[in-house]
Design a protein around this ligand. Sequence first.
Ligand SMILES: [Ca+2]
Ligand SMILES: [Ca+2]
Length: 251
Amino acid sequence: MTPGLVSYCGTLGDFDDLAEPATGCASGGGGRDLSFEFQIPAGTWDVELSTLASAVDTQLTVSLACGGAGLCNDDANPTTGKGSRVWLHRFGTSTPLTFYVTVDGASASDIGDFELAIRLESAVPDACFSLGGDVPLDISGGGTVWGLSSGSLGSTSGSCQGGPALGAEAVFLVNPSASGTASFDARSTEFVPDMYVRSGACSSGSELGCASGSAVGGGVAAATLDVAVGPGNNFVFVDGGPGSYVLDYLP
Ligand SMILES: [Ca+2]
Ligand SMILES: [Ca+2]
């Protein structure tokens, strides 16, 4: 695919139940599904995949191997709908990279219309506002991020990390429409993620919360953080990299 937005529409009732959602989705499957294969060119990319315009309750699975382990998002924002969203953030590749997407019904009775939208864009940096005008990836609407943090040194750290900013961090923008509790869950098999949230200014804003990561079994380390956030710019950091991680954000 080329940079830009494409979408695919269909009716789940026209398809069979051939695949099951990956880890991360609540229900055990049984929904009818349709799988897609996409290829992104060499480069470093952000990809947003969503089914938010669907009439049917979806679950969205993304993997790098057909039928292989991947991750799943069920409801990107449970208070506003049943649609799903996954971001691939800073996927860098020196050759074209193929990935696989499955749109599943949340249950066997979810047979209505779906719309899968995919947006491919040059990756925004994991940094506070840059000279070029880039802002961190905006995940205000909720969903699951599959990201790759890079660089050997970080430039910032949270209060619960208790040391210099040695780990590479990923940073995201959250600007909610109303005040409420935001829930963040970060996990990785490649590093121990710490997480913190700042309000106002990205590099110097007041810290709303900080959570240290720890091993949770199966070679996975994770951190969870629930914080009260209000409208305006809030910045979420997943620190302790570099490496691959998954961040779930429930608005
Ligand atoms: Ca299925
Ligand atoms: Ca759903």
